[in-house]
Design a protein around this ligand. Structure first.
Ligand code: PEP
Length: 256
């Protein structure tokens, strides 16, 4: 695993034309592409073939925003992990807060998806984070640790050697509010310590991304924190220059 990763979650924003334009913008920025930082895009599912075709010879990886926990069958509208693997997908987001809150995905469902992704040979990006009410009630660390524990219980700590964790405070997603570097670092360190209690070696190598209104203006300070290994970026990933600038901010940390 590289030391830093910058991943762009496009959510339900794109068209065929916009996908070509955005990916081309990233490819045109090859010179600005950070060496040593893994850049990943997560387009909506219908544009995965386009991503595969445009990115296969590049250093940019791509992934899916969701996958079914089921292997196949009567699950209308769902997409299985083996289908994603057909498009040479490397990463799959699991447990994004929008999936948890809008579609009612429980910790158990998220853990089942996480295992299905790994079973199909891909890397889950496990998203966790507290709501504003939970933060104000002082429950942040217990909430995120419980979300991690659900995966530890189901899949074992060793499975995190082949996964990425993204800490995304729900109150910071799409709101323009970013956790301060200190707030983010406190939670990242707690997540690493929680995993370390189960497997210290896996915890030391675990990539923990921060997500929540990351922008070119806020990235450098966040990425400078000891336990922040990159970012999961929503809005700012829809603009090639912004996304590349966030990648550059990650690269700057590698030089330190
Ligand atoms: C996200 O969707 O994972 C996210 C972090 O979004 P934004 O950067 O827009 O807050």
């Amino acid at each position: 695993m590289p030391k830093m990763m910058v991943a762009g979650n496009w959510k339900m924003n794109a068209s065929s034309e916009a996908t070509t334009e955005l990916l081309q913008g990233l490819l045109n920025g090859q010179d600005a592409l950070p060496a040593g930082v893994e850049m990943v895009v997560f387009p909506p599912l219908p544009y995965l073939a386009q991503a595969q075709q445009m990115l296969q010879a590049s250093g940019i990886a791509y992934g899916a925003q969701n996958a079914s926990e089921h292997a196949k069958g009567a699950y209308t509208g769902e997409v299985s992990t083996s289908m994603l693997a057909d498009f040479a997908v490397r990463y799959v987001l699991v447990g994004h807060s929008e999936r948890r809150s809008i579609y009612g995905e429980s910790d158990a469902t998220v853990a089942a998806k996480y295992m299905a992704v790994q079973a199909a040979g891909m890397v889950p990006v496990l998203c966790i984070g507290e709501t504003l009410a939970q933060r104000e009630a002082g429950e942040t660390l217990s909430v995120v640790n419980a979300q991690v524990q659900a995966v530890l219980d189901a899949a074992g700590a060793e499975s995190l050697a082949n996964a990425v964790v993204a800490y995304e405070p729900v109150w910071a997603i799409g709101t323009g509010l970013t956790a301060t570097p200190e707030q983010a670092q406190e939670v990242h360190a707690a997540i690493r310590a929680h995993v370390a209690a189960a497997n210290a070696e896996v915890a030391a190598g675990l990539q923990i991304l921060y997500g929540g209104s990351v922008s070119p203006a806020t990235a450098a300070e966040l990425f400078a924190q000891q336990d922040i290994d990159g970012g999961l970026v929503g809005g700012a990933s829809l603009d090639a220059q912004s996304f590349l600038a966030i990648g550059q901010a990650a690269q700057a940390q590698l030089a330190i």
